[in-house]
Write a protein that binds this ligand. Structure first.
Ligand SMILES: C[S@@+](CC[C@H](N)C(=O)[O-])C[C@H]1O[C@@H](n2cnc3c(N)ncnc32)[C@H](O)[C@@H]1O
Length: 380
């Protein structure tokens, strides 16, 4: 059994803990933008493939105290690095520092790199190379006061990179955030699902994968743990086969529309890459003219905020979205995520849920509107 630190986004810590429990993680505990959990090697592989709200999974390999660079160097050298990776592997170190004893994270990374390289050189007369862009092995050094934690990043590329996004639209949602929003909405995976401003379809794709129990990274080839010396092919094959066996069909229907034909083409391409070709219907339509195809269901959407995307008058636009919601989405639970608090007020509808989230650095509200038949406009 090892302890792992699983990084996530602000607001998704509890959702992540539930996911960890569901895949057999022991003692999941929420932390700030992360969770901790225990499990074996098979759990680590499963977590990388199956978790929808994880950004990366760290395996702490040593903890020690250091108050100066010499103690840091010795602490990092105490780890037997050649038992973890080989000379042929490239590596990179990231450091995060919150300490009076160390001022610069880059310097901490440099000193730790020296300790690793010197150890290899002393043993073998040669050293592995650094590759900051695309390393085989990612090492993370975290210093809080004088407490140093050295971890291996088992994921490598962050886990939101599922592999289905080949080209971007102007402002696509992070896949982990999209999956988190679907989970936070409490959607029961039974009612029909709509995104009327779907862009490249991230929310719909994440929801459709959830309904089919498709592990989000089932098709991803690259994980850093595959480069570790303890990589176990048999365990990995079993984890993949088990995940494949868990996939199911669903009666849920999925529908996405967008005013941009170009974005919809990207959405169709993404669906194909996510093995969801034909499973989500798309229509090129302005939300203001949309006739939503299902009687009732859930809608989750990420309209333009007016930050990166320019529309003339956001407040007026949100007012029109609200008219469309009242006209076309009766019987729906309608969720909107936006950083434009002013424009959100112009929806002029009573919220029945409000969650603070971050889309990158933008603070957002993720608001729920229950569109009862005959929903009346409410003065803010
Ligand atoms: C922030 S992006 C959504 C990104 C999407 N969640 C994704 O992950 O790709 C907003 C989307 O709203 C669409 N949009 C803007 N005005 C619209 C309108 N009147 N009706 C429908 N879609 C609209 C834009 O074309 C854009 O794709």
């Amino acid at each position: 059994m090892s302890k792992y630190i699983i990084k996530t986004l602000h607001g998704l810590e509890e959702v992540l803990c539930k996911e960890l429990k569901a895949i057999g993680g022991l003692n999941p505990q929420p932390l700030k933008r992360a969770a901790s959990c225990e499990g074996d090697l098979s759990f680590l592989y499963k977590a990388n493939v199956c978790l929808r709200t994880a950004i990366s999974i760290l395996k702490p390999i040593n903890r020690f105290r250091a108050r100066d660079e010499e103690q840091l160097y010795r602490g990092v050298q105490n780890i037997n690095w050649s038992s973890i990776f080989g000379m042929a592997n490239t590596f990179a170190i990231t450091a995060s520092v919150n300490s009076d004893h160390f001022n610069h994270s880059k310097y901490v990374a440099l000193k730790s790199k020296d300790a690793i390289v010197d150890q290899f050189r002393k043993k073998y007369g040669e050293r592995p190379s650094i590759d900051v862009e695309n390393p085989d092995i990612k090492i993370n050094i975290h210093i809080a006061r004088d407490q140093v934690t050295v971890s291996l990043d088992s994921s490598g590329d962050t886990l939101n990179k599922r592999g289905y996004r080949k080209e971007g639209v102007f402002a696509p949602l992070n896949e982990v955030l999209a999956a988190g929003l679907v989970s936070l909405s409490g959607w029961n995976k039974k009612t029909d699902f709509v995104d009327p401003m779907c862009g490249s379809g991230t929310i719909l794709i994440e929801a459709a994968m959830m309904a089919r129990n498709i592990a989000p990274n089932i098709n991803r080839k690259s994980f850093a743990f595959k480069n570790w010396k303890d990589f176990n092919q048999e365990t990995w094959d079993k984890v993949l086969a088990d995940a494949k066996n868990q996939e199911t069909e669903t009666d849920c229907q999925f529908f996405g529309s967008d005013i941009s034909d170009k974005n919809l083409r990207v959405a169709v391409g993404n669906c194909f890459e996510a093995s969801l070709a034909g499973k989500i219907k798309f229509e090129n339509c302005d939300i203001r003219d949309l006739n939503v195809p299902f009687e009732s269901g859930i809608a989750i959407t990420n309209p333009p905020y007016g930050e990166r995307l320019q529309l003339n008058d956001m407040n007026e636009f949100y007012k029109e979205i609200s008219d469309a919601m009242k006209k076309n989405f009766e019987g729906y639970d309608f969720w909107v995520i936006s950083s434009n608090m002013d424009a959100l007020k112009h929806l002029r509808l009573r919220t029945s849920g409000k969650i603070t989230m971050y889309n990158g650095s933008l603070e957002c509200k993720f608001n729920k509107y229950e569109m009862y038949r005959g929903t009346k406009k409410v003065r803010e």
